[in-house]
Design a protein around this ligand. Structure first.
Ligand code: PLP
Length: 437
């Protein structure tokens, strides 16, 4: 056995052979920085994976986790309960948009998506409309890696290797319109009419009576930050109302502050029927996700024989005591440290800083909203993603962790990032782009 071999761990969403040839190993983290094993400080330009809004190792979150593990390490949520999960669900219901006040807890964003899709199917079946089995997603959407999520998602590479026997779906076009949106700050002015495709093509083709739900991210993140045009989400809501379709917002990256309000649904003033969340809810310190559900959907499903579960669904670690305690501490920190106020204060500076990269070589687009931005580089002929991949590696050398879906470099800093740290992140990105021919 090799003492420090990296061979056994099959890393997720990572070019394993490339990584293991030149590993980037972090040893610890504090605030907005990682320390690498070789003692370098790396700015966390992506909040981990859109998780660490409050910064790494927040003392109040660490304390809550330590206290919880000494009292109740595990209790199943099947047929027995513990206060933490109930308190968490109630706190989330209190801050969610009005009318969404029932919460199903899971462990990840992928599980949240599959759970919401099952809830939609079960809801229609109880209402006598079991033929509603088609889901509408959007090109370039990401909803995790479960079979539901990859079916309704629109990132084709996530599906290619796994065959075609997935759920019945159709997809709206992505809201990306390069001729109009290449260097837009915040929401593009034009493009609301792209939502009409739902009515004019998809409903016309499949029939509203066969559609279970429409699933979209308010801001598409994993595909490189695509911001919805003004009025687009409202238009989707209106069409769903007109045809009685459920609208599901995947707020796995937008939930808990990144857009300047607790949920993007509140920022854009559009209320869906279900909200998916994960990531920031625990500041990344423990796995937890969930679905916030409109009361009427929940109540419709509360039927059947009293001795049977109303929904045959759940995970061993749903509502795990440690994750629940972590999430409760994070909600306290968001409120007591005014983290959402900090997002709003930092956003104008962040916006100016990222848009200063417009003149850097090969930059073809910059998009941003709240504390999320995508800086897109021109794809090389016949090698989409190669330039982004190289720039991401150069950024690490310059002390910045960024992510590159395709050729777009993503910045999504922790909410506690200072202006100086934003400037350092952007300078590291500028150098990385300059190093990438
Ligand atoms: C919008 C969105 N939905 C779902 C997921 C999947 O979350 P998880 O990796 O926790 O399963 C992600 C992950 O990045 C995401 O960005």
């Amino acid at each position: 056995m090799k003492p420090h071999s990296l061979d056994a761990y099959w890393m997720p969403f990572t070019p394993n052979r490339d990584f293991k040839a030149a590993p980037r190993l972090v040893a610890s983290a504090q605030g907005v920085c990682y320390q690498t094993e070789d003692g370098r400080s790396i700015l966390d330009g992506t909040s981990g994976l859109w998780c660490v809004g409050a910064g790494h190792r927040h003392p109040k979150i660490s304390e809550a986790m330590k206290a919880q593990i000494d009292v109740l390490d595990f209790a199943s949520s099947f047929q027995v309960g513990h206060r933490g999960a109930f308190e968490l669900a109630e706190r989330i219901a209190d801050i969610a948009p009005a009318g969404l006040d029932r919460v199903f807890l899971v462990n990840s964003g992928s599980e949240a998506c599959d759970t919401a899709m099952k809830l939609a199917l079960a809801y229609w079946r109880v209402r006598g409309e079991g033929q509603r089995t088609l889901f509408v997603g959007r090109e370039r959407g990401f909803h995790g890696v479960g079979f539901g999520g990859i079916s309704v998602g629109g990132m084709v590479n996530n599906r290619n290797a796994f065959g075609t026997s997935l759920l019945r779906t159709d997809h709206l076009r992505a809201t990306w319109e390069p001729s109009e949106q290449a260097f837009v700050r915040g929401q593009p002015e034009h493009g609301a009419a792209m939502a009409d495709e739902l009515e004019k093509r998809i409903i016309a083709l499949h029939g509203a009576a066969n559609i279970a739900a429409v699933v979209v991210e308010p801001i598409a993140g994993s595909t490189g930050v695509l911001v919805p045009p003004k009025g687009y989400l409202n238009r989707l809501r209106e069409i769903c109302d007109r045809h009685q379709l459920l609208l599901i917002f995947d707020e796995v990256i937008t939930g808990f502050g990144r857009t300047g309000k607790m949920f993007a649904s509140q920022t854009f003033d559009v209320t869906p029927d279900m909200i998916l969340f994960a990531k920031t809810i625990t500041n990344g310190a423990a796995p937890l996700g969930g679905v916030i559900v409109k009361r009427e959907i929940h109540d419709t499903l509360m039927q059947g024989p009293k001795h049977l579960s109303e929904l045959m669904h759940g995970y061993t670690c749903s509502g795990h005591p440690l994750s629940s305690a972590t999430a409760l501490a994070m909600l306290d920190v968001i409120q007591s440290e005014n983290l959402i106020g900090r997002v709003n204060e930092l956003t104008p500076h962040f916006t100016d800083a990222v848009h200063s990269l417009a003149s850097a070589p090969n930059v073809v687009s910059i998009r941003n909203f709240g504390l999320a931005a995508g800086v897109e580089l021109a794809a090389r002929e016949g090698a989409v993603g190669q330039r982004g991949f190289e720039a991401q590696a150069h950024a690490f050398k310059h002390g910045l962790l960024t992510r590159a879906p395709g050729d777009t470099l993503v910045l999504a800093p922790p909410f506690i990032t200072t202006r100086d740290e934003v400037d350092q992140m952007v300078e590291a990105l500028r150098r990385a782009i300059a190093d990438t021919p």
